[in-house]
Design a protein around this ligand. Structure first.
Ligand SMILES: Nc1ncnc2c1ncn2[C@@H]1O[C@H](COP(=O)(O)OP(=O)(O)OP(=O)(O)O)[C@@H](O)[C@H]1O
Length: 296
């Protein structure tokens, strides 16, 4: 019999995971899976459950929660030869990875989609010794975004980021970043460097419209020092997908990146606080298989 593990985070989003677990179990059992259910109690649990699933030869892991739960889950697959197929029930406030894969953001509908026979091979990123699914942000603005309260995130979703972002863009000091990528170097002052694997960042589905989940590329945006006026046009670019064409933004794609700074600068990884610079980022092309809705 095939084995499936459900990893659910009761604290994600509006704290609704518990009520969906039995629905997920039912759909998996109807597909002849033997189902194990694990509820997370805190930091690192989703990683160790997923590691158990890899080492136990499990066929499928379902992550019920937000991007943070997903981030911890995929980290259980780090350096593992056997990586179970992944299914996602998005219950977070932003759900960038689910957006990028065009999964339904309605939990009932997303659970039905787990019955799909279709899978997609998806890139993951590596930052130092961790994996990421969506985005690495570095710079003073990334630090400001890490401090968006979960209350604000639940209430306002991506608008909370925009509000904080625009407010802080003006006051965030630029840092002297050195970005070495695929044999080239970008050097200059910047309050924000973004390395995105998918089109959806902070709930803005058009932030990185050229990024496709399986293109084997990291899409990089470096925001240069900008004025109050330009921060408004930058906000519009975020909403309408022209960020890479903005005159205060440098854009490039890469496969291997090193970001360093002579000052102390922190990062944000998949919406959670990440390591301080320097960081080494690379892409693991089509590293995992994710269940996606059946194409009609
Ligand atoms: N039982 C628990 N109680 C509180 N926190 C938990 C529990 N289980 C896991 N966590 C923590 O919850 C965080 C992940 O939350 P997640 O991102 O899924 O939800 P969210 O913050 O509501 O969504 P989003 O990231 O989309 O904003 C991780 O830091 C994880 O360690």
């Amino acid at each position: 019999m095939r084995q499936a593990m459900i990893i659910s985070n009761p604290s994600s989003g509006k704290e609704e995971a518990q009520q969906y677990v039995s629905q997920v179990q039912a759909i998996l059992e109807s597909q002849q899976y033997q189902v194990m259910i694990n509820e997370t109690a805190g930091v690192g649990d989703a990683t160790s459950y997923c590691l158990d699933a890899c080492q136990g030869g499990c066929d499928l892991v379902i992550s019920i929660g937000g991007d943070g739960t997903l981030h911890e889950t995929i980290n259980g697959m780090m350096d593992q030869k056997h990586r179970p197929r992944l299914g996602i029930v998005p219950l977070g406030t932003v759900n960038d990875f689910a957006r990028a894969l065009h999964l339904s953001l309605d939990p009932d509908e997303a659970i039905k989609q787990l019955g799909s026979e279709q899978v997609r091979k998806v890139d993951l990123g590596k930052i130092n010794d961790r994996l990421f699914a969506n985005v690495v942000a570095a710079g003073s603005l990334a630090e400001a975004l890490s401090s968006v309260s979960s209350e604000d995130k639940s209430k306002l979703g991506s608008l909370a980021y925009l509000k904080e972002g625009l407010k802080d863009l003006v006051s965030s000091p630029a840092n002297p970043l050195k970005i070495e990528y695929d044999g080239l170097t970008w050097e200059g002052e910047s309050p924000l460097f973004l390395a995105a694997l998918t089109n959806s960042v902070g709930g803005f589905e058009k932030l990185s419209p050229d990024a496709v989940v399986d293109d084997g590329l990291i899409h990089c945006f470096v925001i240069r020092n900008i004025s109050v006026f330009n921060s408004l046009t930058l906000g519009t670019s975020l909403l309408f997908g022209h960020l890479k064409d903005h005159k205060d933004v440098d854009y490039f794609t890469a496969r291997d990146i090193r970001v360093s700074c002579t000052e102390s600068v922190h990062t944000n990884v998949d919406g959670e606080e990440g390591p301080a610079l320097p960081i080494q980022i690379s892409v693991l092309p089509q590293h995992i298989e994710v269940i996606v809705p059946q194409e009609t």
